[in-house]
Design a protein around this ligand. Structure first.
Ligand code: ARG
Length: 295
């Protein structure tokens, strides 16, 4: 009996720990980049939907930007569409871009919307094309080669997103956009999320990934860096502490911060309820990157 009571009190302490964060973050915009394992595993998917619903009910303003690389590959396979690759990067011809749009804006977006609706949240799926939210241009690869309809975001028009947010809807954004001529482009979802977060001056940009956070040693999860300033991040890239596959992730964080996001969080999407654990506890569970130097 005594034991049970102690357990109940612990639960209350968890809720109490959240008070300062609820107080600070209520009313502020949190952009969640949803991708990786959290999108494939049904249980994890459910936990992400619950977390987003929780953010909304507490009074934050979540915006979801989703990926879907795996699903696009599966669909291309099913259609028997052969792709050309340049150094492992898929060349997106017009037909591939069309399939990507079908998968992202059709199947993935609508399924997320429907799951949010199931837990009582009003959600609306848009792509970067709607309301000219994401105006794109062609993105060349590092070596200046043409990879087809892969876009980089040139301009974000936030009118539609703001209309949705001020009317209490949770926007679910697919990383698809068009250029001035109306051609369809597939956009890297990390960059789409950072462009959206920056243009909305979001309080937080949260990346759900398949790593624990930013690691000093990519093979050692215990080498996770819990908090990082832009200055430290740049120094770590310089001296090689942050290297290889970690660099693009960190670059995406820096990009978001440069665009005006207050903090960027890299979380392990394989952990159920990673979003709630990061935002509403003092310690968090991933890596938080901010502009200010933190001691
Ligand atoms: N919950 C607080 C926030 O969202 C602190 C998070 C700390 N996280 C970390 N990885 N150090 O701002």
């Amino acid at each position: 009996m005594k034991h049970r009571m102690e357990n109940e009190i612990l639960k209350a302490e968890v809720l109490i720990e959240a008070i300062p964060y609820i107080r600070t973050f209520a009313g502020s915009i949190v952009v969640v980049k949803y991708g990786g394992s959290a999108m494939v595993d049904e249980q994890l998917k459910k936990s992400v939907i619950q977390d987003i619903a929780m953010l909304k009910y507490i009074g934050l303003k979540p915006v979801v930007v989703h990926g879907g690389g795996k699903e696009i590959t599966n669909m291309l396979d099913r259609l028997g569409k052969k792709s050309q690759f340049l150094d492992g990067l898929r060349v997106t011809d017009a037909e591939t871009a069309q399939v990507a749009e079908m998968v992202l804006s059709g199947s993935i977006s609508k399924s997320l919307v429907s799951e949010l609706e199931q837990v009582g949240i009003s959600a609306v799926g848009i792509s970067g094309k709607d309301g000219s939210t994401l105006l794109c241009s062609k993105k060349l690869d590092e070596k200046g080669r043409d990879l087809g309809y892969v876009g980089t975001v040139e301009k974000v028009d936030t009118s539609l997103l703001e209309t949705l947010l001020s009317n209490n809807f949770v926007p679910v954004v697919s990383p698809v956009g068009s250029d001035e001529e109306g051609s369809t482009y597939n956009i890297n979802a990390d960059y789409a999320a950072s462009a959206v977060a920056g243009s909305l001056s979001a309080q937080k940009l949260v990346f759900l990934t398949d790593v624990e956070g930013i690691l000093k040693d990519k093979d050692d999860p215990s080498s996770i860096i819990r908090t990082l300033s832009t200055k430290q991040a740049e120094a770590y890239i310089q001296d090689g502490t942050i290297n290889g596959g970690m660099i693009p992730k960190v670059q995406c964080c820096l990009d978001g911060l440069a665009k005006g996001v207050k903090s960027v969080h890299i979380l392990d999407g394989r952990v159920p309820h990673a979003i709630l654990l990061e935002i509403f506890t003092t310690r968090g569970i991933g890596t938080m990157v901010t502009k200010e130097e933190r001691s």
